[in-house]
Write a protein that binds this ligand. Structure first.
Ligand code: PLP
Length: 395
């Protein structure tokens, strides 16, 4: 088959994901669906808040004509205006409708933005551990993914970022709350990145964009707040979605917000209008755009996720695992008790527990647990984790 060489290589690179999925299916077929503890995917089992269905039904009954047609590529002006107002309130900056472009999930937004910004061989700098799709997204648009490590507790190491930058650096992508670690970056760290980028922009003579990938921005625990990239750098863009905070991952709805004081921002607005179109998205899903202005302040239960974080973190630390306590999102990223994280994940499968090795996030020696599942399933998995801890001499 004449599949493109780079896609063949990408399939090969991602083959461990398929293997894990197949192994999971195999275990489920043998032991039954509810006897396998599949913590491998960040696909929440909770249903969207009831208001989502109520509004959808109401909108369909209203039967407003023309709402299923093509629309301006950046999205319905009413939805973008609503989001601009929300962001004005939240960040105290003058967001306008034009600063918002609706996108097909955060993943679609990142692709539209990378296509708008990257010249061949331009570099996108991400912080390890990182969401593995960043590499594919950068390559989709001729870019190259570069990595800077974080500290022992997965926090920003500004020296490592400075060392990883080159005159080809066009974008630095940050993700807080973080997948896979659950850490939230403090404002001072983001401001330090902003200062570094301002210095490097002068040195290299071109703009460098601070891109904040924030699909978990509403899922924050212990009354913490997320860092604000708009405070840190004028060339900043936030990309978010409602995949997690409204549990609408399959509906593919999100938005891109550019800093209202970004220089030449009409260029980026025009570029995003075109890239949304020519990537074949044309526009973000119409019905999902229409529900958003009716869902002000609505989100899934954050305290329920915090409770799951608490019981899982407590159990793992009791069993002797070394794990940084997540401050948001719905992942735990413990240290693997053996340096070979892929082997540990295989051993976990023998206890019917499905995990993802840290290697998959550019961070060997760790493993990821997604905890967006039922409390019952989580509690029933603890025996298996305890056995693993004993097997590896942790307790
Ligand atoms: C860090 C990160 N970025 C982006 C995405 C993509 O989100 P969406 O489903 O909105 O495209 C995910 C999804 O899990 C993610 O974890």
């Amino acid at each position: 088959m004449s599949i493109a060489e780079n896609i063949k290589t990408s399939i090969e690179r991602a083959s461990w994901i398929r293997e894990m999925f197949e192994q999971g299916q195999h275990l489920k077929a043998i032991h039954g669906e509810d006897q396998v503890f599949d913590f491998s995917l960040g696909n929440p089992v909770i249903e969207p808040p009831s208001q989502v269905h109520e509004i959808l039904i109401q909108l369909l009954q209203d039967d407003q004509k023309g709402t299923h047609r093509y629309m301006p590529n950046p999205g319905f002006p009413q939805t973008r205006e609503f989001i601009a107002k929300e962001l004005q309130e939240e960040f105290g900056l003058g967001f306008q409708t034009g600063d918002i472009v609706m996108c097909v999930g955060a993943g679609g937004g990142l692709n539209a933005l990378f296509k708008a910004l990257l010249n061949p061989d331009d570099e996108v700098l991400a912080l390890a551990p990182y969401f593995v799709e960043y590499g594919f997204y950068a390559e989709n648009h001729g870019g190259v993914l570069k990595i800077a490590e974080t500290t022992e507790t997965f926090q920003i190491d500004i020296d490592k970022i400075a060392q990883a930058m080159t005159p080809k650096t066009k974008i630095i992508v940050v993700n807080s709350p973080n997948n896979p670690t659950g850490v939230v970056y403090p404002q001072e760290a983001m401001d330090a990145i902003g200062q570094l980028l301002a210095d490097k922009e002068k040195e290299y003579g071109h703009s460098i964009f601070l891109v904040s990938d924030e699909p978990y921005r509403q899922i924050i625990f212990d009354d913490l707040s997320n860092c604000n990239v708009f405070h840190s750098h004028p060339n900043s863009v936030m990309i978010t979605s409602h995949s997690k905070d409204l549990a609408l991952a399959g509906e593919r709805i999100g938005f891109i917000a550019m800093h209202p004081e970004m220089e030449d921002r009409s260029d980026l607005q025009n570029a995003l209008t075109l890239t949304t179109r020519i990537l074949g998205y044309v526009n973000a899903p119409a019905l999902m755009q229409r529900i958003l202005p009716h869902l002000k302040g609505v989100r899934v239960s954050i305290s329920a996720y915090q409770h799951l974080r608490d019981i899982f973190y407590q159990a793992l630390t009791d069993f002797g695992f070394d794990v940084v306590k997540p401050q948001g999102a719905f992942y735990l990223f413990p240290k693997s008790p053996t340096a070979d994280d892929v082997d540990f994940v295989k051993q976990a499968q023998e206890e019917n527990i499905l995990l993802v090795p840290g290697t998959g996030f550019g961070c060997p020696g760790y493993f990821r647990i997604a905890f967006c599942f039922t409390e019952d399933m989580i509690i029933r998995s603890f025996d298996g984790f305890e056995k693993l801890a004993k097997k590896f001499g942790l307790s």
